[in-house]
Design a protein around this ligand. Structure first.
Ligand code: NAP
Ligand code: F7E
Length: 327
């Protein structure tokens, strides 16, 4: 019989790539989505998998809906990807961020404990938990957390609750501490997609300026399609555990900007980029770089897409999108 997977956050970037990958592996996929009067399935349509997923309405802030979903689906694997995932918005919406990203995980784990205790649970943890990360040049499973935003703090709570359900009740739980991963369907607010979208518009004469905050922040950027494989691998291990996943290389926002303009063939990037204080954060995370040695050794996972390939993939996709709109 086909294995059953429940994915929360199915309509987001990672939910889209993961559902495609699990369907290809023969899974029956259930997707938790919020109730909308007029939902859009753009990301899943882009990957042509919408019709094969069974959608169930629910909300991470509504415990009763999660109890119902777990009881009704009895999944072999639960991938908890739902979150208010925009760091920059988490200061303005700290309560919602906490309810969804922190308490939502407690509700989901409790539902699994009550109604489907053999389900294996994946928690979408994040390099934002490391935050200031003053311990050294890179971050791994032994690095101390120093979150710098309500988002990072909410994810630290969820991380420890995931560990605690493993230690207290013997549930199979895993934290994937994933560093930034991007793709052509990355949300438009995130800096990489904001850049590639603007560069495509500038190239086609549809816009002239790109407004950004801190160009010096450094991130370890990989491709989302590669990273969802690590989530799957974590749930196939003999025991639940916690893993850092990243490329081991980092670049500044400025490096990303320069590469994107170069790929599009637009000269003089500095003429188009405007520094705008609205996009600076009250507390910045300056420098993240993964050391993914454990994931490489124990999961056999490794990144396949280089920084330059990622930037090109995203710029090309945005150019294609605007060109087809113009036609
Ligand atoms: P994303 O594109 O923002 O997707 C998040 C999904 O969560 C969306 O589909 C959203 O639903 C859903 N969601 C938000 N609030 C919800 C609620 N109250 N109830 C149910 N669903 C809700 O994020 P992503 O980039 O795919 O990231 C997936 C997960 O990995 C997130 O937990 C994120 O925090 C974490 N993470 C991401 C990265 C990264 O670089 N991408 C790195 C580390 C960890 P709607 O479609 O209805 O808005
Ligand atoms: O910012 C700087 C900004 O919003 C990256 C989420 O998926 O990855 C993501 O969080 C950097 C920051 O991603 C702008 O200050 C400059 O230093 O693309 P971002 P993030 O905050 O790293 C982690 C791993 C997650 O878990 C999150 O869910 O870029 N930056 N100028 C800007 N950022 C944005 N968004 N917009 C700007 O104009």
């Amino acid at each position: 019989m086909a294995k059953k997977a429940l994915i929360t956050g199915i309509l987001g970037q990672d939910g889209s790539y993961l559902s495609k990958s699990l369907l290809e592996k023969g899974y029956k996929v259930y997707g938790l989505m919020r109730r909308y009067s007029n939902p859009t399935f753009d990301n899943l349509d882009y990957l042509s998998v919408t019709k094969k997923i069974e959608f169930i309405e629910g909300d991470m802030s509504d415990e009763s809906s999660l109890l119902h979903v777990i009881k009704a689906t009895q999944p072999d694997e639960v991938y908890n990807l739902a979150a208010q995932s925009f760091v920059g918005g988490s200061w303005q919406q700290a309560k919602v961020t906490t309810e969804v990203n922190a308490l939502g995980v407690l509700y989901l784990l409790n539902a699994i404990k009550l109604f489907s205790p053999t389900s294996r649970f994946y928690q979408a943890s994040t390099s934002e938990m490391f935050g200031l990360a003053s311990d050294g040049d890179y971050q791994d499973e032994n690095t101390n957390f120093h979150p710098r935003s309500p988002y990072g703090i909410s994810k630290v709570y969820a991380y420890w609750m995931t560990v605690n359900f493993r230690e207290s009740y013997g549930l199979f739980t895993a934290n994937g501490i994933l560093f930034n991963h991007e793709s052509p369907i990355r949300g438009i607010q995130f800096v990489t997609r904001k850049i590639t979208d603007a560069v495509a518009k500038i190239k086609l004469g549809l816009s002239d300026k790109l407004y950004l905050g801190n160009l010096d922040a450094r991130r370890d950027w990989g491709f989302a399609g590669d990273y969802v494989e690590s989530m799957y691998l974590m749930l196939q291990q003999p025991q639940g555990d916690d893993y850092v996943v990243g490329t081991g290389e980092n670049h500044s926002v400025k490096d990303f900007v320069i590469e994107a303009f170069k790929v599009a063939g637009v000269a003089d990037w500095e003429k188009h980029v405007v520094i705008d204080a609205r996009f600076k954060r009250p507390a910045e995370v300056p420098n993240l770089k993964a050391r993914p040695a454990k994931a490489m050794k124990k999961l056999g996972w490794k990144t396949k897409t280089t920084f330059k390939e990622l930037v090109k993939m995203m710029v090309d996709a945005d150019l294609k999108r605007y060109q087809s709109k113009k036609a």
